[in-house]
Design a protein around this ligand. Structure first.
Ligand SMILES: [Zn+2]
Length: 373
């Protein structure tokens, strides 16, 4: 079942399934949502559903489904920032020539398909000329064709392009879904569980996290816990705060990343203080058993009690392996103090984005956390 393969996106799935079963497939879609949410995979599944020889859900096994899976179906075309020879365009852009070729191919009658598809991956990378070249096809689409624009940052598309597409919104994937995939790919369950939470809904990032990044995050969490533990005791909290600022002030992007990670850590402190204990709200409503790796509750039935909730409510704790530290910090830091620290992080990030000195801004934010400002 090809469509059932779209996990953790019940609303998008419902919308696509309704289009397929009613036979009212729009001529242009914008699949919008964060990286790693499964948008490109959903675009292929949608094309399978429209062309499957056996049913509207896509069987995944017939000739049409298999060709689409392998990228060898002559009527399911795709372009992206990667050029035909496999190399990326130097500026990472999708060129006007690629779009013109795609639109010309879409005008030709299908060879095998009932409905011809053109998929534009990373559509926001189309430069303005490339986007303008799409307009004619969007305004006068050839019959029985569907264009799917897949965008991580759909707001970057021209309004004239966006407004001519039917939007299908994708959310960050629930940690539970990513965890299940990582285990299926052979990761140790404990590792999969942690990565699935740290990546905050981006399955690709969960795979890319390397040992160095995991180690940096552990050190950061430990130091944040020390700052909060020493909070209000004078010099030691301040010394830790200034040391943390110095470590991460090497460049702006590092400074911004550490501010974001600290904000997630503080969010964990707040939810732990509110009673969260690290269990995932399961699709059948019950918490996970200790050590259980979510083999139950497959798919994202729209009728299950928690599947309609955003991922940040379903999987509330990100730094799941630091639960003891988080409990200790929650006991010392009132929610109001934690929120004041979050506000200080936000102010520091805005200042750095506006050309403020990373070191000074990190110091100011971490001193608030240390209770010294
Ligand atoms: Zn099929």
């Amino acid at each position: 079942m090809a469509l059932a393969d779209i996990e953790g996106q019940p609303r998008a799935l419902e919308q696509l399934r309704a289009a397929l079963s009613s036979g009212r497939i729009h001529h242009a879609y914008l699949f919008a949502g964060p990286p790693g949410a499964g948008k490109s995979r959903a675009a292929r599944r949608f094309a399978q559903g429209a062309n499957c020889e056996r049913g509207v859900d896509g069987c995944g096994a017939c000739d049409a489904c298999r060709r689409i899976d392998h990228g060898s179906h002559p009527d399911v075309l795709s372009i992206g920032p990667t050029l035909a020879d496999g190399t990326a365009a130097r500026d990472g852009e999708i060129r006007v020539g690629q779009v013109r070729d795609l639109c010309a191919a879409l005008q030709l009658a299908p060879l095998l398909a009932r409905r011809k598809f053109a998929i534009v991956a990373a559509a926001e990378r189309m430069n303005p000329q490339a986007q303008n070249a799409l307009l004619k096809t969007l305004e006068e689409p050839p019959p029985d064709t569907t264009l799917v624009l897949v965008g991580d940052d759909a707001e970057k598309l021209l309004p004239t392009v966006r407004s001519r597409c039917l939007r299908v919104s994708f959310g960050p994937l629930p940690a539970e879904v990513i965890e299940r995939r990582l285990v299926a790919e052979g990761l140790v369950p404990e590792d999969a569980k942690l990565r699935a939470r740290l990546c905050r809904g981006d399955a690709g990032m969960a795979r890319r996290l390397d040992e160095a990044a995991l180690h940096r995050r552990e050190e950061l969490c430990a130091q944040l816990a020390r700052i909060v533990a020493a909070r209000g005791t004078g010099m030691s909290a301040c010394a830790e705060a200034l040391d943390l600022a110095e470590r991460h002030a090497t460049d702006r992007s590092r400074a911004l990343a550490v501010l974001a990670e600290t904000a997630w850590w503080l969010r964990d402190v707040i939810v732990v203080g509110a009673g969260a204990d690290g269990t995932t709200a399961r699709e059948d409503g019950g918490p996970l058993e200790p050590g259980e790796t979510t083999t139950r509750g497959r798919g994202g039935s729209p009728t299950s009690p928690t599947s309609c909730l955003p991922a940040f409510v379903r999987d509330p704790i990100v730094n799941l392996d630091r639960l003891d530290d988080l409990r200790g910090a929650a006991a010392r830091l009132s929610p109001a103090a934690a929120l004041a620290a979050v506000a200080a992080l936000g102010a520091a990030a805005r200042a750095i984005e506006g050309n403020g000195a990373p070191r000074l801004q990190l110091e100011a934010a971490f001193l608030v956390l240390a209770g010294a400002a």
